[in-house]
Design a protein around this ligand. Structure first.
Ligand SMILES: [Fe+2]
Length: 293
């Protein structure tokens, strides 16, 4: 494994894209994340559109390099808009820092697509591993396009044109995550989240670049299907959430130090497995998105 430093320049070997699971995920090798031309970036962008999640291994990136790489994909969202730790001088970077004494309440037991409680959920995220547990702490992603494709034609017809309500309070207001809000800053943040109005998104979203259709509901944020009776909405959502957990649509990643992962939030959901006691330290940058159509 080649360890790259800030000034490392990739050898003149062609970029390699290795599919990991047919539905989702590819490993990228033969690129220099710290020093990348437009010509180098274009095939990486194509790879993300095709595979939804990209894995780069064995990197030593400075915070500046990480931010510059994230900016290749879009405009970072200020980390102050999230509930994670912050870094002085790097407003874009969320610090995800957990261990046995600080369990990951935010993401625990929650399949979700980031920020769908907003009118414009994020386009994607860059997640970089600085310290990882030897065992556990994996992340699982699901292809919402594979999930949509596998629906019956009758179900696709049923879902066409339906919209679903998404609420941030559903993701952050349950018994587990209420432990987040105990101090004064937490209470203030929780009041802000409670005051957020629900939004609605199409149940079937069309990806703005690839044109692929995606099943855009998630257990974390989606509360109901609009225009249906409560029982029908609950039953259909329950079926769709179960369908989205199908192993064939998933990729599970065991993190190593220096791993950098980019995912397209418009066509995936994910689950952070909270099964570790050792420290797990990650930097995350989220990218501004557009309104789902
Ligand atoms: Fe997330």
């Amino acid at each position: 494994m080649v360890e790259a430093s800030v000034n490392f320049h990739a050898p003149e070997i062609p970029m390699q894209v290795t599919e990991i699971v047919p539905a989702i995920g590819a490993a990228i090798e033969g690129v220099d994340l710290a020093c990348m031309s437009d010509a180098h970036f274009a095939p990486i962008h194509d790879a993300l559109m095709a595979h939804h999640v990209l894995f780069f291994r064995g990197w030593q990136l400075s915070k500046e390099n990480l931010v510059a790489f994230a900016r290749r994909w879009g405009e970072p969202q200020a980390a102050t808009e999230s509930s994670f730790g912050k870094l002085d001088g790097f407003a874009e970077i969320d610090v995800l820092d957990y261990d046995a004494t600080r369990p990951p309440y935010v993401t625990q037991e929650m399949w979700h697509t980031d920020f769908t409680g907003r009118e414009q959920p994020t386009m994607g995220s860059v997640l970089y591993a600085l310290e990882v547990p030897e065992a556990g702490g994996d992340t699982i992603w699901v292809s919402l396009a594979a999930a949509y494709d596998a629906l019956s034609e009758r179900m696709k017809t049923y879902l066409a044109g339906l919209r679903a309500e998404h609420r941030t309070i559903k993701a952050f207001g349950d018994d587990i995550r209420s432990k987040l809000w105990q101090d004064e800053a937490g209470q203030k943040r929780f009041e802000q989240i409670k005051a957020l109005a629900p939004v609605d998104h199409p149940v079937v979203r069309t990806h703005p670049v690839s044109g692929r259709k995606a099943l855009f509901v998630n257990e974390g944020y989606t509360t109901r299907l609009l225009g249906l009776a409560r029982k029908e909405s609950d039953a259909v959502l329950s079926y769709l959430f179960d369908h989205l957990r199908t192993p064939e649509f998933q990729i599970r990643h065991h993190w190593r130090k220096g791993d950098l992962v980019v995912w397209d939030n418009r066509i995936t959901q994910h689950y952070a497995v909270a099964d570790y006691g050792m420290r797990r330290l990650m930097y995350r940058i989220t990218l501004k998105g557009d309104r789902p159509v």
